[in-house]
Design a protein around this ligand. Sequence first.
Ligand code: PLP
Length: 462
Amino acid sequence: MSHLAMLENPDQEVNSVMLVDGQLNYVAEKSATSSVYNRYEIDEPPEDRQADVERQLCTEKLLAQYRQHLQDKSSHHLGYPFNLELNVGPLQQFQNLHINNLGDPFIESNYGVHSRQFEVAVLDWFARLWDLPKDQCWGYVTNGGTEGNMHGLLVGRELFPEGIIYASRDSHYSIFKAAKMYRVQCIKIDTYSTGEMHYADFASQLLQNTGRPAIVNVNIGTTMKGAIDDLDEIIRILQDCGYEDKFYIHCDAALAGLMMPFIKHAPRVTFKKPIGSISVSGHKLMGCPMPCGVTINRSKDVTAVMSTNIEYVASRDATITGSRNGHAPIFLWYTLKSIGYKGICREVEMCIKNAQYLTSRLKKIGVSAFLNKASSTVVFEKPGDQAFVRKWQLACERSIAHVVVMPNVTTKMLRIFVQELAESRHAFLSRTEANIPCVAMDIGQENCLCSLHDVVVHHSRI
Ligand SMILES: *Cc1c(COP(=O)(O)O)cnc(C)c1O
């Protein structure tokens, strides 16, 4: 096969490239998985010019196949909360520039190839969204929700070095990772089967530790079930338990932070309440093509405990990392500028409607399913068939899996998904002669359609 022919026909499978006597040879191997990864090996560019040209073609071919692979995977992706729909046309012109926002977004550093003007505009947008006056706001564009959580909890720990971190057991693993990194004691609070914090347990834990301040992680949309902790209730409990001003609240709003403000009757997350920080992911609902996020703090806290002047960059060091991705703020800025507040409202409404549609379809085919209020995370019985789980890239935990309905997910995609799930589940249950799995432990008896708990539904069907 000629190399050009292969380039023109990227579907043709080339399994490996071998150097024979300094020449490149394509070897089409039949044995399926054998050398998929060998093709990625980084070998030395050959001296011979002809061989080098051929090698270059081969690399381009590999990249074309990889792009195709990503496109295929994207069209069957439902499990993680990433919005895979984004039109970034005009931003491609920045691809060949190194843009680095190292240091503090609000302080000009000596390094000139940065996108701080975009970053500050994005921070202003979020400050407005969460009611924090510009002159009281500090924040930055992070590498994702995890970094925002690390930063928020670090500010809390610096303000209250003797504090204890309180987080519900449904919190994202980054919270427990941060507690470990900072060597701060962390108390896990029980949750209801909806995934929301168990407030009585929270109060009882607080009362056992009144001598030490509380650093509280509040979930605005848990990872697995999309549950929203009641911020007002948490503040009330802190005050009732005598914590007055001896607490710091960080809101982990990685996914739902951008959805809640747009949903009627959802509880308000705002800096008008005594919270210290909010962080959100930029690659989830907003669909940035690279992991990123936004974290917002009160500037007085950051000035008090996070400021170290660094002569080398002529800036203040108040972020977690040194170099920071300068492309991400441009993507965030472009997205907000293109679709705006109203555009996000429309997308959120559509996501929630599609999630409700999916939930009812699942129940209709007898699959236990649950959807929290103001959420687009549909939780359901974990499929038994691993190939199905991998195909749709579902995140699973104990007896459940979830689909996070993002703006790129269409009803057509959901229809196909439910159809394939019904088929794969039927085949799996007959093959293994298994019972319909019970999910009562994870999403409550009232949402479980196993033979033990499905009594009510059974009756209504007869
Ligand atoms: C996704 C998620 C995170 C982590 O965000 P990354 O951007 O993946 O680092 C944190 N908290 C919650 C609730 C999440 O869903």
